[in-house]
Design a protein around this ligand. Sequence first.
Ligand SMILES: CC(C)(COP(=O)(O)OP(=O)(O)OC[C@H]1O[C@@H](n2cnc3c(N)ncnc32)[C@H](O)[C@@H]1OP(=O)(O)O)[C@@H](O)C(=O)NCCC(=O)NCCS
Length: 318
Amino acid sequence: MTKPDVTIRPLQEADLDDADRIMRLAFGTFLGLPDPGSFMGDADYVRSRWAADPDSALAAEVDGRLVGTNFVTRWGSVGFFGPLTVDPSLWDKGVARALLNETMPIFAQWGVSHAGLFTFPQSPKHLALYQSFGFLPHFLTSVLARPPAALDDAESAAGDWSAASQTPELEQVIAWCGRVTDETYPGLDVAREIRATATQKLGDTVLIFGDGEIDGFAVCHSGTGSEAGTGTCFIKFGAVLPGPGAPVRFARLVAACEAFAAGQGAQAMVAGVSTGRRGAYQILLERGYKAQLVGVTMHLPDQSAYHNASAWVIDDWR
Ligand SMILES: CC(C)(COP(=O)(O)OP(=O)(O)OC[C@H]1O[C@@H](n2cnc3c(N)ncnc32)[C@H](O)[C@@H]1OP(=O)(O)O)[C@@H](O)C(=O)NCCC(=O)NCCS
């Protein structure tokens, strides 16, 4: 089989329509949807991730035509990539490998201590491709969903909470949240998501406090054009301080997210969690969350980072 010449370059704003189309078509085709292009409805990954950091979005071209993209995300000391998608007409011709050949140096340049991705655990192709770059599969990550609790119930279970949009200083919010993530895993920092959510109006960052100090936070996407889509509140990243009392803080954070979602009129809450985070996973199941999608995270180096029982985190690296 002859493989085409693939050129990798930064993804430009003018590519975004095509990039979005390819992303939906690729996943929709892989998942066997009757209308592949309808994958994800009016939720968005391509535009919001490009806008969050245009320098870390890669485009693959063959004969001057966009045929694939990959989005690389830095959360402080942690990096992950995705969605990685290739036009189905060019599958198995080395396009993803070419994108990954340019992705790995980005992690090296950032100096992240941990890199990873979320993928389909049932696909030998996906696992083999990523293993060839040194990633190894660990725990499953469950993307869980349920309707939000009624506003009054969620409010009373949440206790005091506030939202970043009501706080005068976004940089102060980022510093508070940085304390929670750094205590969870050294150097973990999701400032990019907090800023992107505020500046692109993708939702809000929910904050909970105890004795005047930050206890936890969750970056919540909500509505069309965000990673949630219409009628959904998606917890893009949530965490509470680890250690004694973490289960109580975590349950309060989830309730606060539900109160936020109910206030937005969302009909569904979506939250991904590594099943390695035993306590966090268990609490979500007890609250009635059910898996709607199961993936596996792959890690480099071969360590769990914050995908283990000491971490009280909601995220899914999709
Ligand atoms: C997954 C995806 C990005 C791969 O893109 P691609 O351009 O087809 O991949 P490549 O051709 O670069 O590499 C595929 C590799 O898997 C190997 N492979 C294919 N089927 C395999 C199998 N059943 N078992 C083991 N390896 C397999 C190929 O031989 C190739 O390896 P090689 O370069 O050593 O020959 C593409 O199929 C896609 O867009 N899928 C839908 C969206 C998706 O799933 N994205 C990834 C989410 S994590």
